[in-house]
Write a protein that binds this ligand. Structure first.
Ligand SMILES: [Zn+2]
Length: 199
């Protein structure tokens, strides 16, 4: 029996997309490998949002941003579509990660993250520091006055090491992505379990 191995060529833009959405589709898939149906569906939605916002922008440009002293009705929709696109692409950014340890695969151009034992050790260190946080509660009205406790300061340093260890992209440099339940946290927690470092 012949086994046919499909070389992964990026899927063509779906017919739901117009010019600008299709352009975004191609440019994202040139940089990232997205193969799961869920990820592609999110990408499609982001591209549809791009189509809408560009078409609204063209109409606003034609009519002028103000009509009889009032802001163009489409301004709000244009902004909403842009925000939707950003949000969807952010979601995709996390879905791009292969959320389980993989051994011995070349990283190449894929977005799979290699979870080394070193990374798991750093993760557990970060977790211990998070759990021993003794920060004063943050006053939401004066959050800029908040001084992180020594554990949180140390955790940031470990976070940078972990980020480098995993070879993550700069936009993953957000501590919040490591909050319990978030994909990166789950992936490392699963890896720690696999290594029997956590119950
Ligand atoms: Zn703290």
């Amino acid at each position: 029996m012949t086994k046919i191995v499909a070389l992964s060529t990026p899927p063509q833009p779906p017919s739901s997309l117009a010019e600008h959405g299709a352009k975004l589709w191609r440019s994202i898939l040139k940089q990232y490998r997205i193969e799961d149906a869920g990820g592609l569906a999110i990408l499609e939605q982001a591209c549809i949002a791009r189509d809408r916002s560009t078409s609204y922008a063209a109409t606003i440009k034609r009519d002028g941003a103000m009509i009889r002293g009032k802001p163009h009705a489409l301004l709000r929709h244009e902004r909403e579509e842009r925000l939707a696109e950003v949000r969807l692409l952010q979601r995709l950014g996390l879905n791009l990660e292969a959320l389980h340890p993989s051994v011995g695969r070349p990283a190449g151009k894929t977005t799979r993250i290699e979870i080394s034992e070193g990374a798991v050790a750093l993760f557990l260190e970060m977790e211990a520091l998070r759990q021993s946080c003794c920060c004063e509660p943050v006053d939401p009205k004066r959050y800029w006055l908040h001084e992180p406790c020594a554990h949180c300061v140390a955790r940031r340093k470990v976070h940078i090491d972990l980020h480098n260890e995993l070879g993550l992209r700069p936009w993953f440099m957000i501590l919040g992505l490591w909050a319990p339940g978030k994909p990166l946290w789950k992936a490392l927690q699963a890896a720690a379990k696999e290594l029997r470092l956590v119950p």
